[in-house]
Ligand binder design. Structure first.
Ligand SMILES: Nc1ncnc2c1ncn2[C@@H]1O[C@H](COP(=O)(O)OP(=O)(O)OP(=O)(O)O)[C@@H](O)[C@H]1O
Ligand SMILES: [Mg+2]
Length: 501
Protein backbone atom coordinates (compact mmCIF):
# COMPACT_ATOMS: atom_id res chain seq x y z
CA UNK A 1 0.00 0.00 0.00
CA UNK A 2 1.17 3.47 -0.85
CA UNK A 3 -0.20 4.99 2.35
CA UNK A 4 -2.14 7.63 0.42
CA UNK A 5 -5.88 7.95 0.23
CA UNK A 6 -5.50 9.97 -2.95
CA UNK A 7 -2.82 10.03 -5.64
CA UNK A 8 -3.27 12.27 -8.66
CA UNK A 9 -0.34 12.01 -11.03
CA UNK A 10 0.68 13.60 -14.32
CA UNK A 11 -2.56 15.55 -14.53
CA UNK A 12 -2.86 17.99 -17.44
CA UNK A 13 -5.84 20.04 -18.53
CA UNK A 14 -6.14 22.66 -21.25
CA UNK A 15 -8.94 25.13 -21.90
CA UNK A 16 -9.08 27.13 -25.12
CA UNK A 17 -6.10 29.47 -24.87
CA UNK A 18 -4.92 28.29 -21.41
CA UNK A 19 -2.96 25.35 -20.13
CA UNK A 20 -4.66 25.30 -16.74
CA UNK A 21 -2.73 22.28 -15.48
CA UNK A 22 0.54 20.90 -16.77
CA UNK A 23 1.62 17.51 -15.45
CA UNK A 24 0.78 18.13 -11.81
CA UNK A 25 0.52 15.80 -8.86
CA UNK A 26 -1.26 15.68 -5.54
CA UNK A 27 -0.82 13.01 -2.88
CA UNK A 28 -2.97 13.09 0.22
CA UNK A 29 -2.55 10.97 3.34
CA UNK A 30 -5.62 9.57 5.11
CA UNK A 31 -6.91 11.57 8.07
CA UNK A 32 -4.95 14.72 7.23
CA UNK A 33 -5.65 18.28 6.19
CA UNK A 34 -3.82 19.03 2.96
CA UNK A 35 -3.63 22.68 1.92
CA UNK A 36 -3.41 23.71 -1.74
CA UNK A 37 -1.77 27.06 -2.24
CA UNK A 38 -0.87 29.16 -5.24
CA UNK A 39 -1.57 32.45 -6.94
CA UNK A 40 -4.85 33.27 -8.66
CA UNK A 41 -5.17 31.13 -11.75
CA UNK A 42 -2.56 28.60 -10.55
CA UNK A 43 -5.00 25.77 -11.27
CA UNK A 44 -6.16 24.77 -7.77
CA UNK A 45 -9.90 24.82 -8.46
CA UNK A 46 -9.46 23.12 -11.83
CA UNK A 47 -7.55 20.22 -10.25
CA UNK A 48 -10.32 19.78 -7.68
CA UNK A 49 -13.05 19.93 -10.33
CA UNK A 50 -11.25 17.06 -12.07
CA UNK A 51 -11.20 15.12 -8.81
CA UNK A 52 -14.96 15.45 -8.30
CA UNK A 53 -15.71 14.59 -11.93
CA UNK A 54 -16.88 18.03 -13.03
CA UNK A 55 -14.04 18.33 -15.55
CA UNK A 56 -12.20 15.55 -17.35
CA UNK A 57 -8.41 15.50 -17.32
CA UNK A 58 -6.62 15.48 -20.69
CA UNK A 59 -3.91 13.31 -19.23
CA UNK A 60 -2.97 11.70 -15.94
CA UNK A 61 -4.15 9.14 -13.42
CA UNK A 62 -6.17 9.20 -10.24
CA UNK A 63 -5.92 6.56 -7.51
CA UNK A 64 -8.10 6.27 -4.44
CA UNK A 65 -6.71 3.97 -1.73
CA UNK A 66 -4.23 2.70 -4.31
CA UNK A 67 -6.91 1.75 -6.87
CA UNK A 68 -6.96 3.42 -10.28
CA UNK A 69 -10.30 5.15 -10.80
CA UNK A 70 -12.11 7.04 -13.54
CA UNK A 71 -14.37 9.88 -12.48
CA UNK A 72 -16.50 10.69 -15.53
CA UNK A 73 -19.10 12.80 -13.70
CA UNK A 74 -19.96 14.25 -10.31
CA UNK A 75 -22.22 11.40 -9.26
CA UNK A 76 -19.29 9.05 -9.82
CA UNK A 77 -17.17 11.37 -7.67
CA UNK A 78 -19.69 11.33 -4.84
CA UNK A 79 -20.09 7.55 -5.12
CA UNK A 80 -16.31 7.22 -4.75
CA UNK A 81 -16.45 9.34 -1.61
CA UNK A 82 -15.30 12.75 -2.80
CA UNK A 83 -17.35 15.86 -2.10
CA UNK A 84 -16.61 19.55 -2.47
CA UNK A 85 -17.54 22.94 -1.13
CA UNK A 86 -17.22 25.19 -4.14
CA UNK A 87 -15.48 28.54 -4.23
CA UNK A 88 -18.49 30.12 -5.88
CA UNK A 89 -21.58 29.23 -3.91
CA UNK A 90 -24.61 28.32 -5.96
CA UNK A 91 -27.61 27.84 -3.72
CA UNK A 92 -31.13 27.59 -5.10
CA UNK A 93 -32.49 30.79 -3.55
CA UNK A 94 -36.20 29.94 -3.64
CA UNK A 95 -35.78 26.58 -1.93
CA UNK A 96 -35.32 26.01 1.77
CA UNK A 97 -32.15 24.97 3.54
CA UNK A 98 -33.09 21.27 3.85
CA UNK A 99 -34.02 21.08 0.15
CA UNK A 100 -30.69 22.63 -0.79
CA UNK A 101 -28.76 20.13 1.26
CA UNK A 102 -30.56 17.16 -0.31
CA UNK A 103 -30.82 18.64 -3.79
CA UNK A 104 -30.60 15.90 -6.41
CA UNK A 105 -30.86 13.13 -3.77
CA UNK A 106 -34.18 14.06 -2.23
CA UNK A 107 -35.34 11.80 0.53
CA UNK A 108 -38.58 10.11 -0.48
CA UNK A 109 -41.26 8.57 1.65
CA UNK A 110 -44.40 6.67 0.83
CA UNK A 111 -45.26 6.35 -2.88
CA UNK A 112 -41.85 7.75 -3.77
CA UNK A 113 -42.89 11.29 -2.92
CA UNK A 114 -40.33 13.73 -1.62
CA UNK A 115 -40.70 13.89 2.13
CA UNK A 116 -40.15 17.44 3.30
CA UNK A 117 -40.48 16.36 6.88
CA UNK A 118 -37.82 13.66 6.72
CA UNK A 119 -35.44 15.98 4.91
CA UNK A 120 -35.95 18.68 7.52
CA UNK A 121 -35.33 16.18 10.29
CA UNK A 122 -32.19 14.89 8.59
CA UNK A 123 -30.93 18.44 8.13
CA UNK A 124 -31.70 19.27 11.75
CA UNK A 125 -29.80 16.17 12.94
CA UNK A 126 -26.85 17.14 10.79
CA UNK A 127 -26.90 20.70 12.18
CA UNK A 128 -27.25 19.45 15.76
CA UNK A 129 -24.37 17.09 15.35
CA UNK A 130 -22.08 19.84 14.08
CA UNK A 131 -23.44 22.69 16.19
CA UNK A 132 -24.81 24.73 13.30
CA UNK A 133 -27.60 27.11 14.24
CA UNK A 134 -29.69 27.60 11.12
CA UNK A 135 -33.35 26.77 10.63
CA UNK A 136 -33.71 24.03 7.96
CA UNK A 137 -37.02 25.64 6.94
CA UNK A 138 -35.50 29.02 6.02
CA UNK A 139 -35.36 29.87 2.35
CA UNK A 140 -31.80 30.13 1.09
CA UNK A 141 -32.42 33.66 -0.13
CA UNK A 142 -33.15 34.74 3.46
CA UNK A 143 -29.70 33.68 4.67
CA UNK A 144 -26.64 35.86 4.92
CA UNK A 145 -23.61 34.93 2.84
CA UNK A 146 -21.98 33.50 5.95
CA UNK A 147 -25.00 31.30 6.68
CA UNK A 148 -25.13 30.20 3.05
CA UNK A 149 -21.52 29.18 3.40
CA UNK A 150 -22.29 27.16 6.54
CA UNK A 151 -25.08 25.34 4.70
CA UNK A 152 -22.66 24.46 1.90
CA UNK A 153 -20.23 23.15 4.48
CA UNK A 154 -22.93 21.02 6.12
CA UNK A 155 -23.97 19.72 2.72
CA UNK A 156 -20.43 18.61 1.84
CA UNK A 157 -20.10 16.83 5.18
CA UNK A 158 -23.48 15.14 4.80
CA UNK A 159 -22.16 12.81 2.12
CA UNK A 160 -19.86 11.09 4.66
CA UNK A 161 -17.08 11.29 2.10
CA UNK A 162 -13.56 10.06 2.64
CA UNK A 163 -12.23 13.21 0.99
CA UNK A 164 -13.84 16.61 1.44
CA UNK A 165 -12.57 19.48 -0.65
CA UNK A 166 -13.00 22.98 0.68
CA UNK A 167 -12.30 25.72 -1.86
CA UNK A 168 -11.80 28.95 0.09
CA UNK A 169 -14.45 28.04 2.68
CA UNK A 170 -13.68 30.94 4.97
CA UNK A 171 -13.80 33.76 2.43
CA UNK A 172 -17.29 34.78 3.58
CA UNK A 173 -17.38 33.89 7.26
CA UNK A 174 -16.26 35.62 10.44
CA UNK A 175 -13.59 34.59 12.89
CA UNK A 176 -16.05 32.91 15.22
CA UNK A 177 -17.39 30.82 12.34
CA UNK A 178 -13.86 30.04 11.18
CA UNK A 179 -13.15 28.61 14.64
CA UNK A 180 -16.33 26.57 14.35
CA UNK A 181 -15.31 25.28 10.92
CA UNK A 182 -11.86 24.37 12.23
CA UNK A 183 -13.43 22.36 15.06
CA UNK A 184 -15.50 20.51 12.47
CA UNK A 185 -12.42 19.89 10.34
CA UNK A 186 -10.43 18.54 13.30
CA UNK A 187 -13.28 16.21 14.24
CA UNK A 188 -13.53 14.93 10.68
CA UNK A 189 -9.79 14.38 10.58
CA UNK A 190 -9.92 12.36 13.79
CA UNK A 191 -12.56 10.17 12.16
CA UNK A 192 -10.11 9.50 9.32
CA UNK A 193 -11.55 11.85 6.71
CA UNK A 194 -9.05 13.76 4.57
CA UNK A 195 -9.65 17.42 3.89
CA UNK A 196 -8.21 19.22 0.89
CA UNK A 197 -8.18 22.84 1.89
CA UNK A 198 -7.72 25.74 -0.53
CA UNK A 199 -7.06 29.17 0.89
CA UNK A 200 -5.08 32.35 0.34
CA UNK A 201 -4.84 32.96 4.08
CA UNK A 202 -1.43 31.98 5.40
CA UNK A 203 -2.34 31.89 9.07
CA UNK A 204 -5.12 29.37 8.35
CA UNK A 205 -2.62 27.08 6.71
CA UNK A 206 -0.39 27.10 9.74
CA UNK A 207 -3.34 26.57 12.07
CA UNK A 208 -5.00 23.67 10.33
CA UNK A 209 -2.86 22.02 7.64
CA UNK A 210 -0.69 18.94 8.04
CA UNK A 211 0.72 19.06 4.52
CA UNK A 212 0.93 21.78 1.89
CA UNK A 213 1.16 21.54 -1.88
CA UNK A 214 1.99 24.64 -3.89
CA UNK A 215 1.16 25.21 -7.55
CA UNK A 216 2.26 28.02 -9.82
CA UNK A 217 0.97 28.74 -13.33
CA UNK A 218 -0.53 25.29 -13.71
CA UNK A 219 2.60 23.49 -12.49
CA UNK A 220 3.36 21.56 -9.33
CA UNK A 221 6.01 23.36 -7.27
CA UNK A 222 6.37 21.50 -3.98
CA UNK A 223 4.68 19.33 -1.34
CA UNK A 224 5.89 19.73 2.23
CA UNK A 225 4.76 19.13 5.79
CA UNK A 226 3.41 22.41 7.14
CA UNK A 227 5.83 22.12 10.05
CA UNK A 228 8.76 22.61 7.65
CA UNK A 229 7.36 25.87 6.28
CA UNK A 230 6.93 29.38 7.57
CA UNK A 231 5.22 32.44 6.18
CA UNK A 232 8.18 33.65 4.09
CA UNK A 233 9.10 30.22 2.74
CA UNK A 234 5.52 29.65 1.66
CA UNK A 235 5.26 33.01 -0.12
CA UNK A 236 8.52 32.38 -1.91
CA UNK A 237 7.25 29.00 -3.13
CA UNK A 238 3.99 30.55 -4.29
CA UNK A 239 5.22 33.59 -6.15
CA UNK A 240 8.72 32.40 -6.96
CA UNK A 241 10.18 35.61 -5.56
CA UNK A 242 10.30 37.34 -2.23
CA UNK A 243 7.61 39.81 -1.36
CA UNK A 244 8.78 42.34 1.11
CA UNK A 245 6.12 44.96 1.66
CA UNK A 246 2.63 43.50 1.78
CA UNK A 247 0.88 46.78 2.39
CA UNK A 248 2.60 49.51 0.45
CA UNK A 249 0.45 52.36 1.72
CA UNK A 250 1.65 55.55 0.10
CA UNK A 251 1.43 59.00 1.61
CA UNK A 252 -1.43 60.97 0.09
CA UNK A 253 -2.41 64.55 0.68
CA UNK A 254 -5.71 64.68 2.52
CA UNK A 255 -8.03 67.33 1.10
CA UNK A 256 -11.56 68.57 1.70
CA UNK A 257 -14.56 66.42 2.57
CA UNK A 258 -16.05 64.78 -0.54
CA UNK A 259 -18.80 62.71 1.00
CA UNK A 260 -20.64 63.32 4.19
CA UNK A 261 -23.28 60.98 5.57
CA UNK A 262 -25.48 62.23 8.39
CA UNK A 263 -27.90 60.30 10.57
CA UNK A 264 -28.43 57.44 8.14
CA UNK A 265 -31.06 54.90 9.19
CA UNK A 266 -32.40 51.78 7.58
CA UNK A 267 -34.57 49.29 9.45
CA UNK A 268 -32.62 47.89 12.36
CA UNK A 269 -29.48 47.24 10.33
CA UNK A 270 -28.26 50.85 10.00
CA UNK A 271 -28.82 53.05 13.03
CA UNK A 272 -27.99 56.74 13.03
CA UNK A 273 -24.76 56.35 11.08
CA UNK A 274 -22.71 59.49 10.42
CA UNK A 275 -19.23 59.82 8.94
CA UNK A 276 -17.33 61.69 6.28
CA UNK A 277 -14.50 60.91 3.90
CA UNK A 278 -12.01 63.34 2.40
CA UNK A 279 -10.03 63.52 -0.81
CA UNK A 280 -6.94 61.37 -0.64
CA UNK A 281 -8.28 59.43 2.28
CA UNK A 282 -8.86 55.71 2.73
CA UNK A 283 -11.62 55.30 5.27
CA UNK A 284 -11.76 51.77 6.64
CA UNK A 285 -14.92 50.17 8.03
CA UNK A 286 -14.27 47.49 10.61
CA UNK A 287 -16.68 45.35 12.58
CA UNK A 288 -17.88 41.82 12.99
CA UNK A 289 -19.97 40.11 10.33
CA UNK A 290 -23.49 41.47 10.50
CA UNK A 291 -22.42 44.75 12.14
CA UNK A 292 -23.99 46.68 9.27
CA UNK A 293 -20.95 47.75 7.26
CA UNK A 294 -22.12 46.33 3.94
CA UNK A 295 -25.61 47.69 4.63
CA UNK A 296 -24.20 51.21 5.08
CA UNK A 297 -22.47 51.02 1.70
CA UNK A 298 -25.59 49.64 0.03
CA UNK A 299 -27.75 52.37 1.50
CA UNK A 300 -25.35 55.17 0.54
CA UNK A 301 -25.16 53.71 -2.97
CA UNK A 302 -28.93 53.47 -3.35
CA UNK A 303 -29.14 49.69 -3.58
CA UNK A 304 -31.40 49.81 -0.54
CA UNK A 305 -33.62 52.70 0.43
CA UNK A 306 -32.77 54.69 3.56
CA UNK A 307 -35.54 55.45 6.06
CA UNK A 308 -33.88 58.74 6.89
CA UNK A 309 -30.57 60.54 6.70
CA UNK A 310 -28.62 62.92 4.52
CA UNK A 311 -26.01 62.25 1.86
CA UNK A 312 -23.91 65.26 0.96
CA UNK A 313 -21.46 65.17 -1.93
CA UNK A 314 -19.01 68.05 -2.25
CA UNK A 315 -21.16 70.18 0.00
CA UNK A 316 -24.42 69.55 -1.85
CA UNK A 317 -27.19 67.32 -0.57
CA UNK A 318 -27.95 64.60 -3.10
CA UNK A 319 -30.93 62.34 -3.41
CA UNK A 320 -29.82 58.75 -3.93
CA UNK A 321 -32.83 56.61 -4.79
CA UNK A 322 -30.96 54.14 -6.99
CA UNK A 323 -27.42 53.14 -7.93
CA UNK A 324 -27.79 55.29 -11.07
CA UNK A 325 -28.17 58.36 -8.86
CA UNK A 326 -25.11 57.31 -6.90
CA UNK A 327 -23.04 56.78 -10.05
CA UNK A 328 -24.16 60.18 -11.35
CA UNK A 329 -23.03 61.70 -8.04
CA UNK A 330 -19.56 60.24 -8.60
CA UNK A 331 -19.73 57.07 -6.54
CA UNK A 332 -18.70 53.51 -7.35
CA UNK A 333 -19.43 50.38 -5.31
CA UNK A 334 -17.60 47.11 -5.53
CA UNK A 335 -19.77 44.54 -3.76
CA UNK A 336 -18.48 41.85 -1.45
CA UNK A 337 -19.94 38.87 -3.21
CA UNK A 338 -18.97 38.64 -6.82
CA UNK A 339 -21.14 35.66 -7.67
CA UNK A 340 -24.43 37.05 -6.40
CA UNK A 341 -24.18 40.73 -7.23
CA UNK A 342 -21.07 41.18 -9.27
CA UNK A 343 -20.28 39.19 -12.37
CA UNK A 344 -22.38 38.23 -15.36
CA UNK A 345 -20.75 34.83 -15.86
CA UNK A 346 -21.55 34.21 -19.51
CA UNK A 347 -20.57 37.69 -20.68
CA UNK A 348 -17.00 38.40 -21.71
CA UNK A 349 -14.29 39.94 -19.58
CA UNK A 350 -14.61 43.13 -21.65
CA UNK A 351 -18.39 43.40 -21.30
CA UNK A 352 -18.20 42.77 -17.57
CA UNK A 353 -15.50 45.38 -17.26
CA UNK A 354 -17.21 48.11 -19.24
CA UNK A 355 -20.68 47.63 -17.75
CA UNK A 356 -20.68 50.55 -15.33
CA UNK A 357 -18.79 52.96 -17.59
CA UNK A 358 -20.78 52.31 -20.78
CA UNK A 359 -22.41 55.78 -20.88
CA UNK A 360 -18.96 57.35 -20.94
CA UNK A 361 -18.13 55.41 -24.12
CA UNK A 362 -21.26 56.34 -26.02
CA UNK A 363 -21.33 60.14 -26.19
CA UNK A 364 -22.92 59.99 -29.64
CA UNK A 365 -25.23 57.09 -28.84
CA UNK A 366 -22.85 54.52 -30.31
CA UNK A 367 -20.36 52.61 -28.22
CA UNK A 368 -16.79 53.50 -29.09
CA UNK A 369 -15.45 49.94 -29.23
CA UNK A 370 -11.94 50.97 -30.26
CA UNK A 371 -11.57 53.05 -27.11
CA UNK A 372 -13.26 50.38 -24.97
CA UNK A 373 -10.89 47.69 -26.21
CA UNK A 374 -7.92 49.93 -25.59
CA UNK A 375 -8.94 50.88 -22.05
CA UNK A 376 -9.90 47.33 -21.12
CA UNK A 377 -6.61 45.99 -22.44
CA UNK A 378 -4.84 48.57 -20.27
CA UNK A 379 -6.75 47.39 -17.20
CA UNK A 380 -5.84 43.77 -17.92
CA UNK A 381 -2.22 44.82 -17.99
CA UNK A 382 -2.32 47.14 -14.98
CA UNK A 383 -3.98 44.58 -12.72
CA UNK A 384 -2.21 41.56 -14.25
CA UNK A 385 -5.54 39.90 -14.99
CA UNK A 386 -4.94 36.37 -16.17
CA UNK A 387 -7.22 35.79 -19.16
CA UNK A 388 -6.53 34.43 -22.65
CA UNK A 389 -8.37 37.41 -24.17
CA UNK A 390 -10.91 40.16 -23.52
CA UNK A 391 -13.49 37.92 -25.20
CA UNK A 392 -13.21 35.11 -22.63
CA UNK A 393 -16.40 34.53 -20.62
CA UNK A 394 -15.66 35.86 -17.14
CA UNK A 395 -17.19 32.74 -15.57
CA UNK A 396 -14.17 30.82 -16.88
CA UNK A 397 -11.65 32.95 -15.03
CA UNK A 398 -10.27 31.90 -11.66
CA UNK A 399 -11.98 33.45 -8.63
CA UNK A 400 -9.25 35.97 -7.97
CA UNK A 401 -9.12 37.13 -11.55
CA UNK A 402 -12.89 37.70 -11.60
CA UNK A 403 -12.43 39.99 -8.63
CA UNK A 404 -9.79 41.98 -10.48
CA UNK A 405 -12.15 42.48 -13.44
CA UNK A 406 -14.75 43.89 -11.06
CA UNK A 407 -12.25 46.33 -9.63
CA UNK A 408 -11.49 47.46 -13.19
CA UNK A 409 -15.20 47.94 -13.79
CA UNK A 410 -15.21 50.77 -11.28
CA UNK A 411 -11.82 52.15 -12.18
CA UNK A 412 -13.17 52.74 -15.70
CA UNK A 413 -15.95 54.98 -14.36
CA UNK A 414 -13.33 57.17 -12.67
CA UNK A 415 -15.48 57.70 -9.58
CA UNK A 416 -14.56 60.41 -7.07
CA UNK A 417 -15.78 58.19 -4.24
CA UNK A 418 -14.95 54.52 -4.51
CA UNK A 419 -16.53 52.12 -2.05
CA UNK A 420 -14.98 48.67 -1.91
CA UNK A 421 -16.42 45.85 0.15
CA UNK A 422 -13.73 43.29 1.02
CA UNK A 423 -11.29 44.34 -1.72
CA UNK A 424 -8.96 41.37 -1.48
CA UNK A 425 -11.24 38.51 -0.53
CA UNK A 426 -10.00 35.45 -2.36
CA UNK A 427 -7.04 37.29 -3.81
CA UNK A 428 -3.55 35.85 -3.64
CA UNK A 429 -0.66 37.53 -1.84
CA UNK A 430 0.94 39.02 -4.94
CA UNK A 431 -2.28 40.44 -6.34
CA UNK A 432 -3.27 41.61 -2.89
CA UNK A 433 -0.32 43.91 -2.61
CA UNK A 434 -0.99 45.13 -6.18
CA UNK A 435 -4.56 46.01 -5.24
CA UNK A 436 -3.42 47.77 -2.09
CA UNK A 437 -0.94 49.75 -4.12
CA UNK A 438 -3.66 50.65 -6.58
CA UNK A 439 -5.93 51.87 -3.78
CA UNK A 440 -3.10 53.99 -2.44
CA UNK A 441 -2.47 55.43 -5.89
CA UNK A 442 -6.13 56.30 -6.35
CA UNK A 443 -6.04 58.10 -3.01
CA UNK A 444 -2.96 59.98 -4.17
CA UNK A 445 -4.93 61.11 -7.21
CA UNK A 446 -7.39 62.70 -4.82
CA UNK A 447 -10.10 60.06 -4.77
CA UNK A 448 -11.93 59.25 -1.57
CA UNK A 449 -11.93 55.55 -0.80
CA UNK A 450 -14.19 53.67 1.58
CA UNK A 451 -13.09 50.14 2.33
CA UNK A 452 -14.98 47.52 4.28
CA UNK A 453 -12.65 44.77 5.39
CA UNK A 454 -12.81 41.87 7.81
CA UNK A 455 -9.08 41.36 7.72
CA UNK A 456 -7.42 43.18 10.55
CA UNK A 457 -3.99 43.64 8.90
CA UNK A 458 -5.72 45.13 5.86
CA UNK A 459 -7.79 47.55 7.95
CA UNK A 460 -4.81 48.62 10.03
CA UNK A 461 -2.40 48.73 7.09
CA UNK A 462 -4.52 50.65 4.59
CA UNK A 463 -6.83 53.01 6.47
CA UNK A 464 -6.22 56.65 7.37
CA UNK A 465 -9.18 56.50 9.71
CA UNK A 466 -11.31 53.56 10.78
CA UNK A 467 -15.03 53.61 11.40
CA UNK A 468 -15.88 50.71 13.70
CA UNK A 469 -19.43 49.40 13.70
CA UNK A 470 -21.33 47.30 16.19
CA UNK A 471 -24.95 46.17 15.76
CA UNK A 472 -25.80 48.77 13.15
CA UNK A 473 -24.25 51.71 14.98
CA UNK A 474 -20.93 53.48 14.71
CA UNK A 475 -19.17 52.55 17.93
CA UNK A 476 -16.09 54.65 17.24
CA UNK A 477 -13.95 56.40 14.65
CA UNK A 478 -10.26 55.84 15.19
CA UNK A 479 -7.29 57.66 13.64
CA UNK A 480 -4.57 55.62 12.00
CA UNK A 481 -2.07 56.63 14.65
CA UNK A 482 -4.30 55.34 17.47
CA UNK A 483 -5.48 52.20 15.74
CA UNK A 484 -4.46 48.88 17.20
CA UNK A 485 -6.06 45.49 16.91
CA UNK A 486 -7.18 45.73 20.56
CA UNK A 487 -8.89 49.10 20.16
CA UNK A 488 -10.73 47.95 17.03
CA UNK A 489 -11.82 44.65 18.56
CA UNK A 490 -13.11 46.37 21.70
CA UNK A 491 -15.22 48.76 19.66
CA UNK A 492 -16.36 45.98 17.32
CA UNK A 493 -17.61 43.88 20.21
CA UNK A 494 -19.43 46.81 21.74
CA UNK A 495 -17.13 47.33 24.70
CA UNK A 496 -16.74 50.89 25.95
CA UNK A 497 -13.28 52.30 25.45
CA UNK A 498 -14.03 55.86 26.35
CA UNK A 499 -12.35 57.00 23.13
CA UNK A 500 -15.32 56.61 20.86
CA UNK A 501 -16.44 59.84 19.28
N1 LIG B 1 -14.06 26.53 -17.61
C1 LIG B 1 -12.95 27.18 -17.97
N2 LIG B 1 -12.80 27.64 -19.23
C2 LIG B 1 -11.68 28.29 -19.60
N3 LIG B 1 -10.64 28.55 -18.77
C3 LIG B 1 -10.75 28.14 -17.50
C4 LIG B 1 -11.89 27.43 -17.04
N4 LIG B 1 -11.71 27.15 -15.71
C5 LIG B 1 -10.50 27.64 -15.40
N5 LIG B 1 -9.91 28.22 -16.47
C6 LIG B 1 -8.58 28.86 -16.49
O1 LIG B 1 -7.66 27.93 -15.94
C7 LIG B 1 -6.68 28.60 -15.14
C8 LIG B 1 -6.68 28.02 -13.74
O2 LIG B 1 -7.87 28.44 -13.07
P1 LIG B 1 -8.31 27.95 -11.63
O3 LIG B 1 -9.68 28.42 -11.43
O4 LIG B 1 -8.04 26.50 -11.50
O5 LIG B 1 -7.29 28.79 -10.69
P2 LIG B 1 -7.21 28.88 -9.10
O6 LIG B 1 -5.83 28.38 -8.73
O7 LIG B 1 -8.35 28.19 -8.50
O8 LIG B 1 -7.25 30.46 -8.84
P3 LIG B 1 -8.00 31.37 -7.71
O9 LIG B 1 -7.09 31.38 -6.51
O10 LIG B 1 -8.03 32.74 -8.33
O11 LIG B 1 -9.34 30.80 -7.47
C9 LIG B 1 -7.04 30.08 -15.18
O12 LIG B 1 -6.23 30.71 -16.16
C10 LIG B 1 -8.50 30.08 -15.60
O13 LIG B 1 -8.82 31.26 -16.30
MG1 LIG C 1 -10.01 28.88 -7.44
Amino acid sequence: MSGYVLEMEGISKAFPGVQALDNVELKVRPGTVHALMGENGAGKSTLMKILIGLYQEDEGTIKLDGQLVKIPNTSAGLALGVSMIHQELSPVPERNVAENIYLGREITGKFGLVSQRTMRQAAQELFDRWGIQINPRSKMKELSIAQTQMVEIAKAISYDSRIIIMDEPTSAITEVEVEHLFRIIRALRTEGTSIIYITHKMDEVFQIADDVTVYRDGKWVATKPASELDHDKLITLMVGRELTNLFPKLEAEIGEVVLEVKGLNRGDVVKDVSFNVRRGEILGFAGLMGAGRTEVLETVFGVEKADSGEIIVEGKPVRVASPDDAIAAGMGLLTEDRKLTGIMPILSVRDNMVMAAAPKYSPSGFLDFAQINKDCAEQVKALSIKTPSLKQAIGNLSGGNQQKVLISRWLLTSPEILMIDEPTRGIDVGAKSEIHKLMSQLAQQGKAIIMVSSEMPEVLGMSDRIVVMHEGKVSGIVDRADATQEVIMQLATGMETGEAK
